[in-house]
Design a protein. Structure first.
Length: 325
């Protein structure tokens, strides 16, 4: 990663970018991606076969975008047989919502939106206050309420085992009890690609087709398949402020401490979530080639700049046990 001290101007990015690999390079240089693609497609077809009311959880991030691309491949020439579900915190990046709506129009998918703001107004959750406030944890209640409202029996997610230590414990088919809770010590065996989707009334499953993928795999696949992604992933000039080593967006959603002065930096985002807790990285990576090179050299995981994961040592696992993604 280059130093940000010189602060050169970086051209703006649209929602797509030139791919690194030419089509003929696919089998020669990325045979492992083909294996991962086939595995993910197999799992998606298993979901369609075993469940009656599945949905694909869509955040607008790179993993869920890859999931939509794989779903299109899995069920061509028809449309994929499940709607997209987005849990909207109300504190999203504008670029994320614009990209989401464009993708829905392009694919013709049905979009289900669960609103954290509505959960607050109905008294289902209580809004946090102060500089450390975030709606990220509030998503759990909104997600479970939305799954129940639409009688969802399976929610496909883009979680990967390399993201975080709690996610590393997850199986492909993750059983959730009638309260939407996950028990990491009581998971079903998955032998020889045999997936057990049996459940009792009121229970549901989370299914993670990208479990065996790494961040590098995702970026190489996006490059090889020429998949459009939000401009947030490419370097751009943005007003940010530093909070305990994390560069946060100078958003109206965040209350700054007096010493936290916004400055303009050349940054990009490795992961996209709620704007109040998703940190940027200082970066000049404005092309797919540069992003892949930067990821290869990184010594911090992509969630290393997620402010919500730093609330406790077991923050992610605690949220997952309660019903989080």
């Amino acid at each position: 990663m280059k130093s940000d001290s010189t602060e050169p101007e970086v051209p703006g990015q649209d929602t797509g970018n030139t791919a690194v690999l030419q089509p003929e390079d696919w089998s020669r240089r990325n045979s492992h991606l083909k294996v991962l693609e086939e595995e993910a497609i197999f799992i998606m077809r298993e979901v369609a076969a075993q469940f009656e009311r599945p949905v694909l959880l869509f955040s607008g991030g790179k993993d869920s975008i890859v999931m939509v691309h794989l779903a299109e491949k899995a069920f061509r020439p028809g449309k994929f047989p499940f709607p997209l579900m987005h849990i909207d915190t109300g504190h999203n990046f504008d670029e994320t919502i614009t990209f989401r709506d464009d993708l829905v129009r392009r694919t013709g998918a049905r979009l289900i939106v669960g609103s954290v703001q509505e959960s607050i107004e109905r008294g289902r959750v209580r809004e946090e206050t102060g500089p450390e406030a975030s709606r990220n944890a509030l998503q759990t209640v909104t997600l479970l309420d939305t799954l129940k409202e639409h009688q969802v029996d399976c929610a496909l997610g883009g979680g990967r085992r390399d993201e975080e230590k709690a996610r590393a414990k997850e199986r492909f088919f993750s059983h959730r009890n009638a309260f939407g809770q996950w028990d990491p010590k009581n998971q079903r065996p998955e032998l020889w690609s045999q997936f057990n989707g049996r459940k009792n009334v009121g229970e549901h499953f989370r299914v993670f087709p990208l479990s065996n993928w790494t961040e590098m795999d995702v970026w190489q696949y996006i490059a090889a398949e020429r998949i459009p992604i939000p401009s947030l992933y490419f370097s751009h000039r943005r007003k940010v402020f530093n909070r305990r080593g994390t560069w946060l967006d100078n958003s109206d959603f965040i209350t700054r401490y007096p010493e936290e002065e916004p400055v303009e930096k050349t940054v990009r985002f490795r992961t996209i979530g709620d704007a109040t807790c998703t940190g940027a990285v200082l970066s000049h990576a404005s092309t797919m080639e540069e992003i892949i090179a930067e990821v290869a050299a990184a010594r911090v995981t992509e969630r290393g700049n997620r402010h919500d994961d730093k609330r406790s040592e077991a923050a992610m696992e605690d949220r997952k046990k309660q019903g989080y993604f």
